[in-house]
Design a protein around this ligand. Structure first.
Ligand code: SME
Length: 168
């Protein structure tokens, strides 16, 4: 499949296609990092107007999120659970939809261009596996339609995630 030009700009069509591609592209025999790298690229291409799309993965102790596969500028490598938008999503186990990052207390800035952000926690049974983090250089880039879709994508990822986890 040729991915360039795969997305039409019709959000619901694009979301449906991207959800299917997430599953189709996933190769269970590959390291998790390989698969998440492709998911980052696919989501960034599908969403548009996003400058950073990627994953932070929970460490073995459940205390820190560690930088995983992403698309965008180099980013901070460790985020304590409870800190920043990512750590808040992990601690509360709730998606953080942030229309203006400058209004979010404790927001951690990795790319100064980012103005809005969404972070979806990745939860399997009782464990937080990590978070999906998406930044945009536009204020209020993401809405609840994006949120519902990305939460469904994350549910698909949980089904694909290696059973033996943690363990990069
Ligand atoms: N803004 C995030 C940090 C990660 S970067 O956006 C890639 C936060 O506040 O947790």
């Amino acid at each position: 499949m040729e991915y360039e030009g795969a997305f039409s700009g019709n959000r619901l069509e694009d979301f449906t296609l991207a959800t299917r591609l997430v599953t189709e592209l996933w190769e269970p025999e590959l390291p998790l990092a390989s698969n998440l790298a492709n998911v980052s690229a696919l989501l960034k291409q599908c969403l548009g107007r996003a400058n950073w799309v990627g994953f932070y993965l929970m460490n073995g102790q459940g205390s820190q999120l560690v930088l995983g596969p992403f698309q965008g500028l180099p980013a901070c490598t460790r985020i304590l659970v409870g800190k920043g938008v990512c750590g808040t999503a992990a601690a509360t186990r709730k998606t953080q939809l942030v229309p203006d990052v400058h209004e979010f207390p404790g927001h951690i800035s990795c790319d100064g261009a980012s103005l809005s952000e969404m972070v979806v926690p990745i939860i399997r049974r009782d464990s937080v596996l990590g978070v999906l983090d998406i930044d945009s250089p536009e204020k209020a880039r993401f809405d609840t339609v994006d949120q519902e879709w990305l939460e469904r994508v994350v549910q698909e990822l949980v089904k694909l995630w290696p059973v033996a986890w943690p363990g990069w």
